[in-house]
Design a protein around this ligand. Structure first.
Ligand code: SF4
Ligand code: SF4
Length: 451
């Protein structure tokens, strides 16, 4: 394909330095059935193998980074990394995608909506009032009403409806709102809480950006549950956004600045673990050493220190043969949906299930496609209304078929995307973080009275 771009840009900048990593793909195609965009669209260029081929073509100068093929097929990727989990050659697709996106956004600026959403997160003077206004709006109940009443047709109305449904879905379930089939808190009576465990060590949690503003209850539940399990939780000031959204959007220099800030904040705390309750943030922080090694070798050591201490809260409580303290019965029918960046990005599959199974009377329901992306993928649901909606629609249908009253998933974006889909489909099921359900079990048991 002819190209009139300058040689430096044609070589694909950051991507060109990863030619060796790109060469690991042997074009076997094992990843194709795992890819949500390929299975929906059936186009090789919307598959992992096709996208890697496009990246190679840019590196070799056969395709311009601003060409429609490179821009559109890369943009349609969810970044779910399901392809990585099935790849026999160990292709680091997520890493390559971030470098390819950097090349793509340098060649052609992303949409106004994408720029607004990412730009706001890094500007506290814009982000805090926006989130404050969102919480206020959420409290009025108007988003839930608009999610039901607004027509879904057309890009503007469709985006507005989804945005309102996502905001409504970020609200906590009201007490007694989850259907317990008549087996409610009475079941907790007479339960004697397990004795408090021995002190286990010191941890800190990443508060996050959206998590801290719309899901502060999850952060608070995380602290309560960890303390009830013998962990001392220390507060770390000066921490900020993990940079995941920026890295996924190809804005690697902003992501590196955020990584350096977090290394500077957490390293002096000398904690045993940095605990995450947002899968996307955990995956991003584990990759800080790779992110920093490319342009800041002096910061790599700090990145390694922080990355090696990151644990998802489910791993800390129910990984490596550990078992969380038992609370009171919570007789809810729960389906677990695995966040992509926990399952594929961090390879944490079993601990969230073990955590949920530790809750007495909880009925864990099977859900088809629980390991497939929900279509949320950061801001993808909003920026790719049609395709994100199709992928999300399949998830909503799977929830309906499971018969679950609660969907448990450990990532704020997934909570909002799945919760929005359920609301728009009129299905009465709540989406919660697994730690919120364990917290409910502890609240019912009286454990918190002795910690
Ligand atoms: S990315 Fe992996 S699974 Fe997919 S075609 Fe290449 S080598 Fe095969
Ligand atoms: S990250 Fe997900 S959407 Fe993108 S190519 Fe891999 S499997 Fe497909």
């Amino acid at each position: 394909m002819a190209s009139d771009v300058q040689p430096e840009a044609r070589l694909g900048g950051a991507l060109a330095r990863q030619a060796e990593r790109l060469s690991h793909c042997v074009h076997c195609g094992f990843c194709l059935p795992a890819c949500p965009t390929y299975t929906r669209l059936g186009d090789e260029a919307d598959s992992p193998r096709g996208r890697l081929h496009l990246m190679g073509a840019v590196v070799e100068g056969r395709l311009a980074p601003d060409s429609a093929a490179f821009q559109e097929h890369l943009d349609r990727c969810l970044g779910c990394r399901a392809c990585e989990s099935v790849c026999p050659s160990g292709v680091e697709y997520g890493f390559l995608l971030e470098r390819a996106r950097e090349v793509a956004v340098n060649a052609r600026p992303p949409s106004l909506l994408q720029r607004f959403l990412l730009g706001a997160v890094e500007r506290p003077l814009l982000f805090r009032p926006w989130m404050w206004g969102s919480r206020l709006l959420r409290a009025t109940g108007l988003p839930a009403l608009l999610a039901r009443r607004l027509p879904g047709r057309g890009r503007v109305l469709g985006t507005l409806r989804l945005g309102m449904a996502m905001l409504a879905a970020s609200a906590p379930a009201r007490p007694g709102e989850v259907d317990e089939g008549g087996r409610g808190e009475a079941g907790a009576q007479g339960v004697s809480p397990e004795s408090p465990p021995e002190p286990r060590g010191r941890v800190a949690i990443l508060r996050g950006c959206v998590q801290d503003q719309l899901f502060r209850r999850v952060n608070r539940a995380t602290v309560r549950v960890l303390e009830a399990n013998g962990w001392e939780v220390v507060e770390v000031s000066g921490q900020g956004c993990c940079g995941a959204l920026h890295a996924h959007g190809g804005r690697l220099s902003e992501a590196r600045a955020m990584a350096r800030r977090n290394v500077g904040a957490f390293q002096p705390s000398r904690v045993d673990h940095v605990v995450l309750n947002a899968a996307g943030c955990g995956a991003a922080m584990r990759e800080y050493p790779h992110l920093l090694e490319e342009d800041d070798p002096g910061a790599v050591e700090g990145g390694r220190w922080l990355g090696s201490r990151v644990l998802d809260v489910s791993e800390l409580l129910a990984g490596n043969g550990r078992r969380p303290r038992t609370g009171a019965p919570v007789p809810w029918q729960v389906a677990y949906d695995a966040p992509c960046h926990l399952l594929h990005g961090q390879r944490v599959a079993h601990p969230p299930l073990r955590l949920l199974r530790s809750i007495p009377a909880l009925e864990l329901r099977e859900m088809e496609g629980a390991d497939e992306c929900c279509g949320g993928a950061g801001v993808y649901g909003l920026t790719h209304l049609e395709l994100g909606g199709r992928i999300g629609g399949d998830k909503v249908e799977a929830v309906r078929r499971s018969g679950a009253r609660v969907v448990a998933t450990g990532n704020p974006g997934c909570i909002m995307q799945i919760g929005a889909g359920l609301r728009m489909a009129g299905i009465r099921a709540h989406v919660m973080h697994p730690i919120e359900i364990l917290d409910e079990s502890y609240r019912r048991s009286g454990i918190y009275r002795d910690t």
